[in-house]
Design a protein around this ligand. Structure first.
Ligand code: ATP
Ligand code: MG
Length: 406
């Protein structure tokens, strides 16, 4: 494309010539120079009259902004600005600054003919004649959208990297904190059963336990060893979760059998409680880690017994709701105050209740239960009323039985 200037540019000096100063030889925009400017493609170079109306246009301007010379010459240059900028008189203000300072420069968003935005580097220069009278403005615009995108990409990458590092640092700090909690807890919770074992052991060693009482002592020691076992298992499970090495086994089993197993384990332990089983008629076939689902129920029942020391009914109910199976354990114990609900499933989330001062526990039980349930595509819900008891319900997706086509 050739020369696409709208009108012949006047002889001008670029920038402001301060009054009284005899500027050196003014730079003259001759025909050849105008030709050169008009064919520059990487820069939009055009002139405005003193009111901001476009009077010349070059190839670069057409390429960057999308208007032909015919379309744009005679229009006010505020057409390149967003509605908001135009409303705030930004274009007029820029001309004002150029008039006052000789030039105005900035980077900012401008609009193309098709309404899309581009990131522009803009320089507006006041053009004055020999007498210093303002004849218009020269405007040079570069499209820096790609550069800005690259910068934004780099910024986003840097920000993502910083976030990754922050996350890593937070995780390390959390692990450190967990380790300390583990150590405190292990020493505190293990000391109880160990003291009992040590006591009985020294009595056995010095023969102060009559022979007929030895089976009963052995049962007590068994109980204490089971407590230690459980604590170690809970800590190992929590550590597996921390390190993402919590691999689930996949069995297919009936949830009612798991409930019955736990009932059989716990019924003889607590004669003070009345155990009731209410089972669904049909099978409740689940696919998942049978041992760990058993652990969830063991925790529910263990809690039901621990937090209803006066005894009462412990009711285990199984059933189905839509495509899920559920099993719930209800007790008639202390119940849980609504303000503590959020703490229940957190790691080491023992409730700060009066009763818990004398009831042993780590606060890992329900945390692990919830993690196991979620990893099976299930969940745990609680209903509780202080003074009336609690009900914990585990929901798990039923295994979809695919019937062979006839
Ligand atoms: N059935 C329940 N009735 C009343 N409070 C309960 C019941 N189950 C849990 N809680 C409260 O929720 C807290 C968290 O329970 P969770 O089973 O996670 O830990 P824990 O029983 O204290 O210790 P452990 O790790 O040995 O199970 C308990 O400390 C207890 O205060
Ligand atoms: Mg518990």
């Amino acid at each position: 494309m050739g020369l696409i200037c709208g009108q012949r540019p006047p002889k001008l000096k670029i920038g402001r010539v301060p009054r009284g100063v005899n500027a050196s030889e003014p730079r003259v925009l001759g025909d050849q120079f105008a030709l050169l400017v008009s064919s520059v493609v990487d820069y939009a170079i055009f002139m405005l009259d003193p009111a901001g109306v476009i009077v010349t246009w070059n190839e670069g301007a057409q390429r960057i902004k999308g208007y032909t010379a015919d379309e744009i010459i005679g229009r006010h240059f505020s057409i390149f600005y967003s509605e908001e900028d135009a409303r705030n008189h930004k274009p007029d203000w820029e001309l004002e600054v150029a008039k006052r300072e000789g030039r105005y420069a900035e980077e900012g968003w401008r609009l193309r003919r098709d309404g899309t935005r581009f990131w522009a580097s803009v320089v507006i220069t006041a053009l004055r004649d020999e007498t210093g009278r303002l004849r218009g403005f020269g405007k040079v615009t570069r499209d820096l959208t790609e550069r800005r995108r690259q910068e934004e990409r780099r910024d986003a990458e840097r920000e993502a990297e910083a976030a990754r590092l922050r996350e890593h640092a937070d995780r390390m700090a959390e692990l450190e904190h967990t380790k300390t909690q583990f150590l405190n807890l292990a020493s505190h919770e293990l000391r109880g059963p160990l003291t009992v074992i040590r006591g009985y052991n020294s009595m056995l060693a010095d023969g102060s336990i009559p022979a007929e009482q030895i089976p009963a002592v052995a049962r007590i020691l068994d109980g204490k060893l089971a407590q230690i076992d459980l604590l170690i298992e809970q800590m190992l499970e929590t550590a597996r979760l921390e390190h993402d090495s919590f691999d689930l086994f996949r069995d297919t089993f009936d949830l009612r059998d798991v409930a019955q197993d736990q009932l059989d384990v716990f019924r003889p332990i607590s004669p003070r409680h009345v155990f009731v089983m209410s089972a669904d008629d049909g099978p409740l076939v689940i696919e998942g880690d049978r041992a760990r689902i058993g652990t969830i129920l063991a925790n529910f029942v263990d809690n039901a017994l621990k937090y209803s020391p006066e005894g009462g009914e412990v009711c285990i109910t199984t059933g189905r709701r839509e495509s899920n199976a559920f099993v719930s354990v209800r007790d008639e114990g202390f119940g849980i105050a609504p303000e503590y609900m959020a703490l229940l499933f957190t790691r080491f989330g023992r409730l700060p209740t009066e009763q818990n001062v004398s009831i042993p526990g780590t606060g890992l039980g329900l945390f692990l239960c919830k993690e196991i349930a979620i990893r099976h595509g299930g969940d745990i819900a609680v209903h509780s009323k202080p003074g009336s008891g609690s009900e914990f319900t585990l929901t798990l997706p039923l295994k979809r039985i695919v019937r062979p086509a006839r």
